[in-house]
Design a protein around this ligand. Structure first.
Ligand code: ZN
Length: 168
């Protein structure tokens, strides 16, 4: 029995989809994936955050995923993209910091799992800094949850407009 909510919202927001279909809505281009394996665990003490996630993905044959991490780092390298110069400006934080939030994704670049992640870090006073996550960022302790996505994996390639390696 349709109610007012359904009558109003379904025609506006409901877009029929089937696996693998390319959905374009208001210029937002997305692919549909299925949820694969869900991994939850600890990141290795003293190792680089990005490299350890990339190596894990290679070891268990993950090509696409989303993930989040909480924990602490002993040092970090973060950055922001200078959109005019089209280069990353990086900052090295040589101090123990809490990982307030770190979210990222895994896709393919040159046929290998590639991590894109952003991180928000806090010191003992609660002051935060953050940005695009780089190596080296050394894990003190970290807990990750990683959701594998199955379907045609997305590939990164150079984008002329931004100078970034974007999904093509
Ligand atoms: Zn980024």
């Amino acid at each position: 029995m349709p109610n007012l909510f359904n009558l109003f919202y379904i025609p506006v927001f409901y877009i029929p989809a089937w696996p693998g279909q390319d959905i374009v809505m208001n210029e937002l281009s997305c692919f549909e994936f299925q949820q694969g394996r869900l991994f939850v665990g600890c990141l290795p003490h003293g190792r680089d955050l990005i490299l350890s996630v990339e190596e894990f993905c290679e070891d268990v044959s993950i090509q696409m995923a989303t993930f989040s991490v909480i924990g602490a780092v002993s040092s970090a390298t973060i950055g922001a993209y200078d959109q005019k110069q089209q280069v990353y400006v990086t900052v090295k934080e040589e101090a123990p910091l809490e990982i307030v939030s770190c979210t990222g994704n895994v896709s393919l670049k040159d046929g290998k799992p590639f991590i894109h992640a952003h991180i928000l870090l806090a010191d003992e006073h609660g002051k935060t800094t953050g940005g695009h996550l780089f190596s080296e960022t050394i894990i003190f302790a970290g807990e990750i949850d990683l959701q594998e996505l199955t379907g045609r994996p997305m590939q990164r390639a150079y984008d002329d407009t931004t100078g970034l390696m974007l999904w093509k």
